[in-house]
Design a protein around this ligand. Structure first.
Ligand SMILES: Cc1cc2nc3c(=O)[nH]c(=O)nc-3n(C[C@H](O)[C@H](O)[C@H](O)COP(=O)(O)OP(=O)(O)OC[C@H]3O[C@@H](n4cnc5c(N)ncnc54)[C@H](O)[C@@H]3O)c2cc1C
Length: 369
């Protein structure tokens, strides 16, 4: 049986949770809003972020990520107009507007009038000999093991990537009693905030810029890696190889928008390096090229939780307005959110995102891939 609903939100991270709350605020009492999250808990990436967040005070800067996620999840659970399904993976978007969800070993079918896709991102990987050995992880997986499941992932780790994720996860590994042998970074400089790099330096962890992993080795599981220095063209310099013993290698080499559902729905997509991959082409209300399908958060370009939350508000209000729910108030909130996003993206730290968004906007109506 197909259930007709007003609004479906896919993904219960900060973007999806804020989208649901914003839409519910404008919605009438009998609105049918459904949020589906494939994990057993709501919160997305926030459930494993034990550090205090940077960013703007309006978006909870200074609070620990998992407290922000917990508060948003509680607000959504308390909102009677939102039905929440966890352990619910959205599998398919079909041409007739039907969305299928795998939940409790059953395929549920819905036909929402509007859909907000807030599926976040997946971790990038690196190609090198031995990269399939047990003990080689994405940084996010290691964070989940430590901070959600309470499992110490290894005794001695080499971290690849000195962006914020690599630096933060390295520090969290130290807090969990793991020896971090070094952080290697292919670029000539550290990409993450210096405050995180300084904490590692004070703890005696070397950060080796201009280095990468050449290969990994081990009989049955990882026993060590060979590192190699890079020249200014990122070519390996023969003779600089060094072997480091470790039982885990952690890759923090970036995230890609998790956009499979948008491809299924035939949304126009375009590759924008500054937004970290193929992103949907959207209008100023975050609606994709397919009428009634909106996006928010990392799936629309990798940024931060602060931007994901504001984008969530924007997409939620835009969908509410399109559904005819309290249109005037929804429009006012859309405009507030647009201003907040510009503020978040102003200054030197927002330059990359501004450049990426400008490229994406250039593709509107220009036949993106
Ligand atoms: C180590 C680390 C440190 C960070 N530190 C900061 C910081 O200090 N400040 C800051 O602002 N940001 C920080 N971030 C970034 C921030 O966590 C992300 O930008 C933010 O979580 C993105 O929110 P989102 O809702 O778009 O995606 P996510 O949080 O990834 O949520 C997406 C959700 O969608 C679900 N989902 C995916 N596909 C489906 C499907 N088919 N069906 C159902 N559900 C699905 C996923 O399970 C997930 O719960 C950090 C990230 C990391 C990894």
């Amino acid at each position: 049986m197909i259930q007709n609903i007003d609004l479906m939100i896919v993904g219960g991270g900060p973007a999806g949770l804020m989208a649901a709350l914003a839409a519910a605020e404008a919605a009438p009492e009998d609105a049918r809003i459904l949020l589906c999250e494939r994990d057993e808990a709501l919160g997305g990436q926030l459930v494993k972020q034990t550090h205090k967040f940077f960013g703007s005070e309006k978006q909870h800067a200074g609070e620990r990520g998992f407290f922000i996620g917990r508060d948003l999840a509680e607000a959504v659970r308390d909102e009677k107009k939102i039905q929440v399904l966890t352990d619910a993976t959205v599998l398919g978007l079909y041409e007739d507007g039907v969305v299928t969800v795998l939940h409790d070993d059953k395929h549920l079918k819905y036909r929402p009038q509007k859909l907000i896709v807030a599926t976040g991102a997946s971790e990038k990987f690196l190609a090198f000999p031995g990269n399939d050995l047990p003990g080689i992880y994405g940084a996010g997986a290691v964070q989940t093991l430590m901070n959600v499941s309470g499992v110490k992932p290894a005794e001695r780790v080499v971290m690849v990537g000195a962006g914020n994720i690599g630096l933060i996860v390295s520090y969290q590994l130290l807090q969990a009693g793991v020896d971090v042998a070094c952080v290697v970074e292919a670029a000539p400089q550290i990409g993450g905030y210096l405050v995180h790099a300084s904490k590692l330096a004070r703890s005696g962890v070397p950060i080796r810029t201009g280095w990468t992993v050449k290969e990994a080795f081990g009989e049955e599981t990882l026993e060590g890696v060979v590192l190699v220095q890079l020249d200014e063209s990122f070519q390996q310099i023969p003779g600089t190889e060094e072997t480091v013993a470790c039982d885990a290698l952690c890759l923090a080499v970036g995230l890609s928008p998790l956009a499979d559902l948008l491809y299924q729905a035939d949304c126009a997509m375009t590759y924008v390096r500054e937004l970290s991959g193929a992103v949907p082409v959207v209008d100023e209300n975050l609606m994709t090229s397919v009428e009634g399908i909106y996006v928010c958060g990392d799936v629309s370009g990798i940024e931060e939780a602060s931007a994901a939350m504001v984008e969530g508000r924007l997409a939620g209000c835009a969908a509410a307005k399109a559904l005819g729910w309290n249109a005037e108030a929804a429009q006012a909130e859309i405009e507030n959110a647009q201003v907040e996003l510009s503020e978040l993206r102003s200054g030197p730290t927002g330059a990359r995102i501004r450049a990426g968004l400008a490229k994406m906007k250039g593709k509107r109506g220009a036949g993106a891939c």
